[in-house]
Design a protein around this ligand. Structure first.
Ligand SMILES: Cc1cc2nc3c(=O)[nH]c(=O)nc-3n(C[C@H](O)[C@H](O)[C@H](O)COP(=O)(O)OP(=O)(O)OC[C@H]3O[C@@H](n4cnc5c(N)ncnc54)[C@H](O)[C@@H]3O)c2cc1C
Length: 367
């Protein structure tokens, strides 16, 4: 099965003379690239990773999304004439430096840095589709200790190794007893990828979630599956929150202090609020922590840069036609609507592409 892009060389319409830059080669960016290329526009896709695919290649494990199907879709786009600028990070040069905000694990892979302002100047339209890669922080003591990782950072590092871009010996170390914190899709992968791929080096994986499995975003069924499939190593710690992490004398995390919660009904139809129970703290011995409490949209700039506004919760501000506050510039996918799934991100990319096409063919921003 090929990841559906839907633009074959023989279906590309004659050149329109218009050029579109897309920042981000995840499902949103790829969907838009295919749609626009097929309408005869010249399409350039910029991505900081060494390969297109976004989270489908560098986050979601193979057993959920076969990489082959994504690669076949990308190959089809290339054959249709989409130009990919790999390992190229786009930044807003107005208030930024090339290193600013670059994840440690990515430093080696970024070969070129391009200014967003130059893309806006050079292209007829620009689409921002940079996803949601900012990991939320717990803001508790000990979060900066060695061995406490944002889960997405470790999953990205693992993906670089899995896809052959990094030597396994250089991988962020993970072994012994792991504590995963969270209850969503990232938490599931943070539990399962180490158990499946690191195998015998993992003694135990604790999963701490502030509510119980019934209310976990991953779904009760997924929690039950983890419990059943990995019964020898998986330990679910429902209704607990981390209070602090304690280090050994070398600054590496060794213990987590967790506190139990009770669930208090708030409004009908809403998930109950987890309230910490005083005096219920207990310690768990651990070697590593993977923090998977959610991601935030990650535009390649701060609010107002190049005239593009960012919402208080981190997403690029757009109207109903995916237009940002800067003429020529559109946004789609998780950077527009917040963390979601492949399907909604893909659809968002397609929708944005249709509006970009309307803009390019009408020549009016108020189309
Ligand atoms: C761990 C995890 C597991 C998931 N599992 C599933 C699943 O099983 N099923 C499902 O449907 N969904 C899953 N999701 C959600 C899904 O992956 C996302 O909703 C979807 O990939 C979002 O698509 P996108 O195109 O908006 O962004 P992304 O896929 O994140 O792509 C954004 C791209 O932009 C690039 N980029 C970012 N900043 C810059 C910059 N400054 N310059 C250049 N390039 C840049 C990134 O390198 C990336 O390639 C999962 C998410 C996570 C985090």
């Amino acid at each position: 099965m090929k990841f559906l892009i839907g633009c074959k060389p023989e279906t590309v319409k004659p050149d329109t003379g218009k050029k579109v830059a897309i920042i981000g080669a995840g499902p949103a960016g790829l969907a838009a690239a295919g749609w626009l290329r097929c309408r005869g526009h010249e399409v350039h896709v910029y991505d900081q990773f060494p390969e297109p695919g976004g989270l489908m290649i560098f986050g979601i494990p193979e057993y959920h999304i076969p990489k082959k199907s994504v690669r076949e879709g990308v190959r089809e786009l290339m054959e249709a004439g989409v130009v990919f600028h790999k390992s190229t990070r786009v930044i807003c040069c107005e208030n930024n430096t090339p290193e600013n905000g670059v994840r440690e694990v990515m430093k080696k892979w970024i070969k070129e840095t391009v200014c967003l302002e130059d893309l806006i100047e050079k292209y007829d339209a620009v689409l921002i589709a940079t996803g949601a890669w900012k990991s939320r922080k717990l803001n508790i003591p000990g979060e900066d200790l060695e061995g406490v990782y944002p889960a997405l950072e470790w999953l990205l590092d693992f993906s670089l190794v899995y896809n052959g871009y990094k030597d396994p010996d250089d991988m962020m170390p993970l072994h012994g007893k792991i504590l995963v914190i969270g209850g969503g899709l990232t938490a599931v992968d943070a539990v399962e990828v180490p158990l499946r791929f690191i195998g015998e080096k993992i003694d135990k994986v604790y999963l701490s979630y502030r509510r119980n499995r019934k209310y976990a975003p991953m779904g009760e069924r997924e929690w039950n599956r983890l419990e059943k499939e990995y019964s020898d190593k998986f330990v679910g710690l429902e209704q607990t929150i981390p209070v602090k992490f304690i280090s050994d004398d070398r600054g590496h995390v060794r213990k987590a202090v967790l506190q139990k919660t009770k669930l208090v009904e708030v409004e009908k139809g809403k998930r109950p609020k987890p309230v910490p129970i005083p005096g219920s703290e207990f310690e768990v011995e651990i070697d590593y922590v993977l923090v998977a409490i959610g991601e935030k949209p990650s535009p390649p700039f701060e609010d107002g840069c190049a005239g593009i506004a960012v919402e208080s919760w981190g997403a690029v501000k757009t109207d109903e036609k995916h237009r940002t506050t800067r003429e020529k510039v559109f946004a789609a996918g998780d950077v527009k609507h917040g963390p979601s799934l492949i399907g909604p991100a893909y659809k968002s990319g397609m929708d944005a592409a249709k509006y970009i096409h309307m803009y390019l063919t009408s020549g009016r921003w108020d189309f």
